[in-house]
Design a protein around this ligand. Structure first.
Ligand SMILES: Nc1ncnc2c1ncn2[C@@H]1O[C@H](COP(=O)(O)OP(=O)(O)OP(=O)(O)O)[C@@H](O)[C@H]1O
Length: 291
């Protein structure tokens, strides 16, 4: 993978604000982290935001690499990442932890098992909150104090006041407009700096297919890059639903097409996931013209 970007001189310094070990070669690190940025500014801005102790909200369509982006930041900062997956069932316990009965020798005691938010705060690591707009609006305000300058929470289960370690950082992801999501509460949104994560295209996508799938035929790879670009355009014109352009689905199709014919791989990985017949026909026609 070629990463020939202009990097700011202080990039190592920014990374070192929050990680213990100095590692060489920023480009090599990005490659190992796995996220291919559409533009290096995305990574530089994310590193800058986290190194200043602020929170990041990654906003983008499904399968655009938001989780991979967060994992790469965790890798670059050399910090483990605790994760929370939001759903309507998310409650205080799944965020903060729960009480349980344990034994101290013969004696029964009540023990508190910390959840991901408290674990990340006390160990000074990163916290990833995925699909943050899937949670019920009343749940996440519980952690408002964790997300602003206070970096503090009073644990409702133990009454203990917990303040985050210096290196603690929060990355959240949001998939706007997705079924089941609710608009993010303003007070919550206010506590994040937003980074838009678009689908990668062109050279970057070609690199990703070459390094992350079993497909080796250059001509077929080129056709998949073109197919992806046409799908992204059709989604932006409202002709297809967002899922149709997911890079996750495209990579699946590339993998499969190293064994079965590309058209069938596209049918299984992309077309058959679409709900409307009109959309399925559209993608099949596109495929027929390309492959
Ligand atoms: N820019 C990218 N760099 C590296 N991998 C990518 C990129 N875009 C997509 N992918 C790949 O696509 C797949 C989906 O990525 P990921 O799970 O990070 O997406 P996501 O945006 O978190 O999706 P969702 O919103 O559905 O959870 C992964 O296999 C990931 O490696």
């Amino acid at each position: 993978m070629n990463i020939n970007y202009q990097l700011p001189e202080n990039i190592e310094e920014l990374l070192n604000t929050k990680r213990n070990e100095v590692k060489p070669q920023f480009a090599e690190l990005i490659r190992q982290g796995g996220y291919v940025p559409p533009h290096i500014d995305l990574l530089i801005d994310a590193i800058s935001i986290l190194s200043m102790g602020k929170n990041i909200l990654l906003k983008g369509p499904t399968g655009a690499g938001k989780t991979k982006f967060a994992e790469t930041l965790s890798y670059l900062f050399n910090q483990p990442m605790f994760s929370v997956n939001c759903s309507v069932d998310l409650d205080a316990e799944s965020l903060l932890g729960f009480k349980t009965l344990a034994y101290e020798g013969e004696k029964q005691v009540i023990e508190f098992i910390p959840g991901p938010v408290i674990n990340a705060m006390t160990s000074g690591t990163l916290l990833y909150i995925d699909e943050i707009n899937m949670a019920k609006p009343e749940t996440l305000p519980l952690i408002n104090g964790v997300l602003d300058y206070r970096r503090t929470i009073t644990n409702p289960f133990t009454n203990e006041v917990i303040t985050a370690e210096e290196e603690f950082g929060v990355i959240a992801a949001i998939n706007e407009g997705y079924i089941g999501t609710v608009p993010l509460n303003e007070a919550l949104k206010n506590r994040f700096i937003v980074i838009e994560v678009p689908y990668i295209e062109g050279d970057q996508l070609r690199n990703l297919i070459q390094t992350n799938t079993k497909l080796t035929n250059e001509k077929t790879i080129e056709l998949f890059v073109k197919l992806s670009s046409d799908l992204v355009t059709a989604v932006s014109q409202g002709k297809l639903s967002e899922d149709a352009a997911s890079i996750r689905a495209l990579l699946d199709a590339c993998d499969l097409s190293s064994i079965i014919p590309a058209k069938r791989a596209i049918l299984r990985s992309i077309v058959d996931k679409l709900d409307e017949e009109r959309e399925r026909e559209f993608v099949m026609n596109l495929t027929e013209t390309l492959f």
